[in-house]
Design a binder for this molecule. Structure first.
Ligand SMILES: Nc1ncnc2c1ncn2[C@@H]1O[C@H](COP(=O)(O)OP(=O)(O)OP(=O)(O)O)[C@@H](O)[C@H]1O
Length: 305
């Protein structure tokens, strides 16, 4: 049996891959439901690209099971399933003498995709005006947008994007994620790697943190916050005397720290309401109170060190 009828776009079970003595992927389980925007993060050499290559059938796992787009990777129906998958590698090789239109025509031929998509895709990534210029005259961000257009040829159901926002300016990053949100709304599953954690934090449905070839945490950002139980930070603004009073009300266990006119308190998630109740008598005199959840970067350093 090759065609698989569950609703996961990706299913990996106990996947392993070694390069000589190096265990690059070391027993990875991963399930990504259809239509999810899923982030894969990890340090340099954690195994992200290798895992991508295994899921794309470009590298073979030593053991474990790998299913993508409802098909066993490398199985008898894989060639057909591969057409439903788009890929933007970390470093896409482009022919500098071709222009954007010719580049997409080239990739469309390789992929067996219709060339009718070329003009709409150029418009979608904002390259219509530059489409006749050779790629060698493109900025890094323009090359990256052309790479994304190439990945979208054939209207893929599953899209693998390896560091796709690399080289994009803030405006282009925003447009890029808007485009991913549109694709996701159409039911496309997107797997994305990035080292810019703040960028992923607000945008992914779920993510996996990879360290030394292993998934060390997996879930939504909020679920990871709860699983990892990292402390929150409560920041208070008010007069110096009031902040002094708040620090002593909170007590040393909350590690009070004065910085930039604010009092910062560390607070275990389970103690949040108790701390707020203790501070409540001072509330009318406080100018501001903010509660900061741990960032994705905090979560990452909590597990991937
Ligand atoms: N073809 C190969 N031959 C030998 N070792 C390899 C090969 N490909 C990857 N590796 C090694 O496997 C490990 C995982 O590499 P991989 O490129 O998957 O990491 P990554 O998480 O994508 O890193 P980065 O964030 O730097 O892109 C690294 O130690 C790397 O040197």
């Amino acid at each position: 049996m090759d065609a698989i009828s569950h609703t996961d776009a990706i299913r990996l079970l106990a996947v392993r891959k070694a390069f000589g003595a190096l265990q690059a992927v070391d027993g990875v389980d991963l399930q990504v439901p259809r239509g999810e925007l899923f982030g894969l993060i990890g340090h340099n050499g954690a195994g992200k690209s290798t895992l991508f290559r295994i899921m794309l059938g470009l590298a073979t796992a030593d053991s474990g099971s790998v299913e993508v787009a409802g098909c066993a990777v490398g199985g008898p129906q894989w060639r057909e399933a591969r057409r439903r998958i788009g890929y933007l590698p970390e470093q896409l090789a482009l022919y500098d003498n071709l222009n954007a239109r010719e580049t997409l025509a080239f990739f469309a031929r390789l992929k067996g995709a219709s060339t009718e998509q070329i003009e709409p895709l150029l418009a979608r990534v904002g390259l219509t005006a530059a489409a006749d210029r050779p790629v060698r005259t493109y900025s890094k961000g323009m090359r990256q947008r052309l790479g994304l257009a190439q990945a979208l040829l054939g209207s893929p159901q599953v899209l693998f994007l390896d560091e796709p926002s690399n080289g994009l300016d803030p405006q282009a990053i925003r447009e890029f994620y808007d485009l991913l949100a549109e694709l996701r709304a159409q039911g496309v599953t997107v797997i994305i790697t990035s080292h810019i954690l703040a960028e992923l934090q607000q945008r992914v449905d779920r993510l996996a943190i990879l360290a030394n070839g292993r998934v060390v945490a997996q879930g939504s950002v909020q679920a990871l916050r709860e699983q990892l139980a990292l402390p929150l930070e409560v920041a208070l603004r008010g007069s110096p005397a009031l902040l002094q009073q708040a620090a002593s009300v909170a007590g040393a266990a909350h590690a009070p720290r004065h910085q930039d006119g604010l009092l910062h308190l560390r607070c275990e998630r389970a103690d949040k309401m108790t701390l707020l109740a203790r501070l409540a008598p001072l509330a009318a005199q406080l100018e501001d109170l903010q509660i900061h959840e741990p960032s994705l970067e905090d979560l990452y350093f909590g597990v991937a060190r």
